[in-house]
Design a protein. Structure first.
Length: 412
């Protein structure tokens, strides 16, 4: 770890000075190398899947699994980042004082960014691409379940970097997946300029509470969908189905459904038919006392409205109007993504004004909270805090700024 930290720090200056053309050429080379190494990556992933099969759920296995289509998607994501504007060297502001002193605010790389993440191999290539395009060095520390996959991916990415004439130490993978390596990254002052945890609540809380390096909290996603009394119920069914079932293992999946009591008798049976009766993989519904008088399901427990299930499970509560929905979200949300399904302009205005989350949707699924969907190419994570970065973190969020002051013998 000490050698890796030193190599990353030593690479920081050269990576920060790369031109846009150099970075884009390297990214294209990384994407090509990823595709060239597809067989090796799939073989490594198959070994990860086999080892993890008895220890993680089927939903989480899907999160771990790579396919030729997913590897192509990873390569396409790198190429998409190459096509984005360079975030480094942008003039963010300029002031010229009365005495002629020029004060310019310019975007610059952060430096060395460490990312601690769990069992999603695609994070490896996303993080590396975003870090390089923003002029940063990255240190990747993945979970043990995906280590072989991540290692094969990084080997391919480094091949692309070296062919482009760029130091392979621009992208680094921690070989130790124990807690000790994570702790060392959290406390690597003088080497790590920014730490980004990407995973479950336990990982994120550990980093926020223990890190002595700057840390951005990316979100656990207790995401809500509120179906207002004015909602188009067919639309609401489609949105809820997508938000819950399209990929339940990701942080932008809906975990809690709030339904206006005035339409619950009509809406909940429709939804139960769609999510339970008509699906080969039914969704388990944890119901409050009002909802349980309308449709069958489990009784919601005390913690069910504060749980990120990451599975085919959802909590359902019936509420008296938009104000109660807003109050529930304020109490239970993690600040990630919330949606209202409604046609009433007043309810929509109240919801969007009062819900204090990184992404607030009107008549759309929460599943869009994603760097690629937001036009960022891909994302380093989804920040649920408010300082520096909020929501999907793309290139701009991986830069800082400095002031360049030009004078002509000015003294104070």
């Amino acid at each position: 770890m000490e050698k890796m930290l030193a190599n990353a720090k030593n690479a920081k200056l050269s990576v920060s000075q790369l031109t846009t053309a150099q970075k884009n050429a390297a990214l294209e080379g990384m994407a090509d190398a990823l595709m060239d190494a597809q067989d090796a990556i799939l073989a490594a992933n198959a070994a990860d899947i086999e080892k993890a099969r008895e220890t993680i759920s089927a939903v989480m296995l899907d999160r771990l699994r790579l396919t030729p289509e997913r590897i192509k998607g990873m390569a396409d994501g790198i190429r998409a980042v190459a096509k984005l504007p360079d975030p480094v060297g942008r003039q963010l502001g300029k002031t010229v004082r009365a005495d002629g002193l020029e004060i310019e605010k310019v975007s610059v790389p952060v430096g060395v960014i460490a990312i601690i993440y769990e069992s999603r191999p695609n994070v490896t290539s996303d993080a590396a691409a975003l870090a390089l395009k923003s002029g940063n060095v990255c240190i990747l520390r993945g979970g043990k379940e995906a280590f072989r996959s991540a290692n094969a991916i990084v080997n391919a990415l480094r091949t692309g970097l070296e062919k482009a004439g760029i130091t392979p130490f621009a992208v680094n993978l921690v070989q130790d997946t124990s807690r000790d390596s994570a702790t060392k990254l959290m406390k690597a002052n003088g080497f790590v300029d920014l730490l980004i945890p990407r995973g479950g609540a336990g990982l994120i809380n550990a980093c926020v509470q223990n890190a002595t390096v700057p840390c951005i909290a990316t979100g656990t996603g207790i995401c809500h969908v509120y179906v207002h009394e004015s909602a188009d119920l067919q639309m609401a069914c489609r949105i809820v189905e997508n938000a819950k079932t399209s990929r339940p293992s990701v942080c932008n999946a809906m975990e809690v459904l709030l339904v206006d009591k005035k339409i619950a008798v009509d809406f909940l049976p429709m939804l139960h038919k769609k999510l339970v009766c008509e699906r080969t993989q039914p969704v388990a519904m944890k119901l409050d006392s009002f909802a349980s008088t309308i449709i069958p399901g489990e009784t919601a427990g005390e913690r069910d409205f504060d749980t990120e299930f990451l599975d085919y499970i959802m909590a359902v509560r019936c509420v008296d109007g938009v104000d109660e929905a807003i109050a529930h979200i304020a109490q239970h949300s993690t600040g990630h993504s919330e949606a209202i399904i409604a046609t009433d302009d007043g309810a929509i205005a109240a919801f969007t004004a009062c819900v204090d989350s990184a992404a607030v949707y009107v008549n759309a699924s929460t599943r869009f909270t994603d760097g690629g969907e937001f036009g960022l190419g891909c994302e380093m994570g989804i920040s649920t805090q408010k300082l520096h970065a909020r929501g999907p973190m793309g290139l701009e969020e991986l830069t800082s700024y400095k002031y360049i002051i030009r004078g002509d013998g000015h003294i104070r």
